[in-house]
Design a protein around this ligand. Structure first.
Ligand SMILES: Nc1ncnc2c1ncn2[C@@H]1O[C@H](COP(=O)(O)OP(=O)(O)OP(=O)(O)O)[C@@H](O)[C@H]1O
Ligand SMILES: O=P(O)(O)OC[C@H]1O[C@H](OP(=O)(O)OP(=O)(O)O)[C@H](O)[C@@H]1O
Length: 210
């Protein structure tokens, strides 16, 4: 009998793209679930159960084994540094992590950097030998340099519209971001055939659209 896979799925902007990719890979995932508010969604036709998580929490559910696998952005994996296997680059929700500032930004001693990603930002500047004060914010990060809270920000850029609309410029790209499939270390051993079969289907699909 096939194992049921518990899948930590990110609510929000990745979910629709991820569920579409799963469907295109041949998994029977009903479309009417896309707007559901249910947090635990059985998907027996696909041999899965979806756990609808806040994106930043996906690696936590997977590390603790309450989800066998998860779908999560590389940004979250870099920030959270959880003990999970990264199995596959799903190639969706492409964007990048960048250092951003006002066009007339001038280097200062010990600048303040606002971000939702304090670990990523601290590591980036530490590796460059630059001392900065990191200020953690939870959203609308672009406000920080506009109102004098920070000298620069570290945030995601996708279309660049938020930067343009607020008169900011991308100064340095830190890394490219796509969505990844991750697995719990024990589940990967215990449910290996099921997880591998899923990876194969997804990989075929991803390769065919490249
Ligand atoms: N323009 C973008 N801005 C932010 N994340 C993006 C963007 N484009 C793709 N992504 C990816 O989508 C993932 C989830 O973003 P989403 O906004 O749904 O969650 P969130 O940042 O936790 O938001 P919220 O705090 O509103 O729940 C990010 O981790 C990133 O990998
Ligand atoms: O380059 P763009 O296409 O404009 O996308 C980038 C913007 O999208 C994200 O914000 P989000 O919509 O998640 O809002 P929040 O961070 O303020 O919650 C990100 O933090 C940027 O602000």
């Amino acid at each position: 009998m096939q194992d049921i896979l518990k899948v930590a799925m990110p609510k929000g902007r990745i979910y629709k793209q991820a569920s579409r990719l799963f469907r295109e890979a041949g998994l029977m995932i009903p479309e009417d679930m896309d707007d559901s508010r249910r947090l635990i969604i059985p998907v027996p036709e696909a041999g899965m159960e979806f756990i609808m998580a806040k994106p930043v929490d996906v690696p936590t559910y997977v590390e603790y084994g309450v989800a066998d696998i998860g779908v999560v952005g590389k940004d979250v994996l870099m920030e959270e540094d959880r003990d999970v296997y990264e199995l596959l680059d799903l190639g969706i929700a492409r964007c990048r992590m960048s250092v951003i500032g006002l066009p007339d930004w001038q280097p200062v001693l010990n600048p303040r950097v606002a971000t939702k990603y304090p670990n990523v930002a601290s590591q980036y500047f530490r590796e460059r030998g630059q001392q900065v004060e990191v200020i953690k914010l939870n959203g609308s990060i672009e406000l920080a340099p506009l109102i004098g809270l920070a000298d620069r920000i570290v945030d995601m850029v996708e279309t660049g519209q938020t930067l343009r609309d607020n008169g900011l410029v991308e100064q340095e790209e830190i890394f490219a971001i796509t969505t990844r499939l991750i697995a719990n270390r024990v589940s990967y051993r215990m449910k290996n055939a099921t997880i591998q079969a899923l990876c194969d289907k997804l990989q075929l699909m991803i390769a065919s659209v490249r």
